[in-house]
Design a protein. Structure first.
Length: 436
């Protein structure tokens, strides 16, 4: 009995998780030190960092070009950077903006490893959870993204945090407690302000509740409680935009450009149609131009889809192919070969090859495991499937882009590990049957 108690003591469960998280953080730290490069003058990461700087220094969510109020980017990631920048400005911590943004990514990477372990332990098994955590810790493209101030690392954490709160309690007959639903809703609202891909999740959560046997009333009430903090957070930002921009903007004004890119006659299924959506707008007032672009491009895209529904369907395979074209786009966003000449360029080629091999192997293994999420009577698997469906809205509904696939990588790792573990179990049972 004493031996069993020792085997089950909490430390034996915590140490493997802590070790995997530590490995992931230590791997990302040196990578950032080697691969991070100066930001270009105009780019999304540059805009995020500059918006965070303006927030930290009391200038508000305003354009770094003319100082006008803006709503072009969702506020979640720049807001987080602003809070971190303010903290470094008012403490002895180093206050270099780029270094602080890199530290945010390293911390987000470590948090994602911990969260995927929590989620997978509820969806599959603890053994698979540790395997998935180890894979996420070393997954090349996830490591690559830690060296560039894009919002992917933080968005992944926000998505996994919602699941980590919900999945442990989905099998109860009455569903999660109201306090847990409100907490998950607050995290979902934060995720929406980073990137609004999980907007359909409350509705899908009601369907998960029905599949779990909660009944119509309980399922609808649970979904409403989940949606309540989302409405409050997004509503508060919408009020800010109404005051600052004098227009109804729920989250951001770049949705028009994003919709337009692959919803016009010259669209190709990927990012190449971006110029068509921004070249026609030149106004003296930047705020007026931002609002008009969003309004006109949204109208153009919706009208095009309504008039060409079959073309939209034909674009889906093209967009999907462009999104999974390779698994090293995070490396392309860095300048890992700029410091040591030919030697670093050789390392870069090796990293590209390794990243692509890991990506395509795990993608194939994940595809084999995807049907297991449809098992009846397991609502936690259905919720994971619903989340994957929400994340697929970007590469399938907007345009093909490898960066759109990055938030799906932890789920790809989860499913790939499940395939491997299932195969190992079959082999073990076959050996036992043979031995018998």
């Amino acid at each position: 009995m004493a031996r069993r108690a020792t085997r089950d003591r909490p430390g034996r469960r915590i140490f493997p998780v802590a070790g995997i998280v530590l490995v992931g953080a230590l791997l990302r730290g040196p990578w950032v030190a080697w691969a991070a490069a100066p930001l270009p003058f105009i780019s999304d990461p540059t805009s995020y960092v500059r918006l965070g700087d303006r927030l930290a220094t009391g200038r508000g969510y305003t354009s770094w070009v003319g100082g006008e109020p803006t709503a072009f980017f969702p506020p979640g990631y720049p807001g987080l950077l602003g809070a971190v920048f303010w903290l470094t400005d008012h403490t002895p911590l180093p206050d270099d903006r780029r270094d602080a943004a890199d530290l945010v990514n390293i911390a987000a990477g470590a948090a994602a490893i911990w969260l995927i372990i929590l989620v997978v332990s509820c969806v599959f098994s603890r053994r698979e959870a540790l395997m998935a955590g180890a894979l996420v810790a070393v997954f090349p493209n996830l490591v690559f993204y830690s060296a560039t101030p894009h919002h992917e690392s933080v968005f992944i954490v926000s998505v996994l945090a919602v699941l980590a709160v919900l999945v442990p309690v989905l099998r109860t007959q009455t569903g999660p407690a109201p306090s847990r639903l409100l907490a998950a809703g607050a995290l979902l609202g934060v995720s929406m302000l980073v990137r609004p891909l999980l907007a359909p999740l409350p509705l899908l959560f009601a369907i998960v509740g029905l599949a779990a046997g909660w009944g119509w009333r309980r399922s609808v009430v649970s979904a409403a409680l989940l949606a309540l903090p989302v409405v409050a957070l997004v509503g508060a930002w919408t009020v800010r935009n109404a005051v600052a921009m004098d227009a109804f903007v729920p989250i951001s004004t770049n949705s028009g450009d994003t919709l337009c890119i692959d919803h016009h006659r010259g669209s190709t299924g990927d990012f190449r149609g971006a110029g068509t959506c921004i070249d026609d707008f030149v106004r003296r007032d930047p705020r007026e131009e931002e609002l008009e672009r969003n309004r006109v491009n949204t109208r153009r895209a919706v009208r095009f889809v309504i008039r060409h529904p079959l073309r939209e369907l034909r674009q889906l395979p093209t967009r999907l192919g462009a999104s999974v074209d390779h698994g090293h786009d995070g490396l392309d966003l860095t300048k890992a070969d700029s410091r040591s000449g030919q030697r670093s360029r050789g390392a870069r080629r090796l990293l590209r090859t390794v990243a692509d091999v890991v990506f395509f192997v795990t993608l194939g293994l994940a595809a084999l495991a995807l049907p297991t999420l449809l098992r009846r009577g397991e609502p936690e698997r259905l919720l994971v499937l619903a989340t994957i469906g929400c994340l697929l809205l970007a590469p399938l509904g907007l345009y093909g882009y490898t960066r759109f696939w990055v938030p799906l990588l932890p789920f790809q790792a989860m499913l790939a590990v499940h395939t491997v573990n299932t195969a190992l179990e079959w082999l073990r049972q076959g050996r036992l049957a043979g031995a018998g």
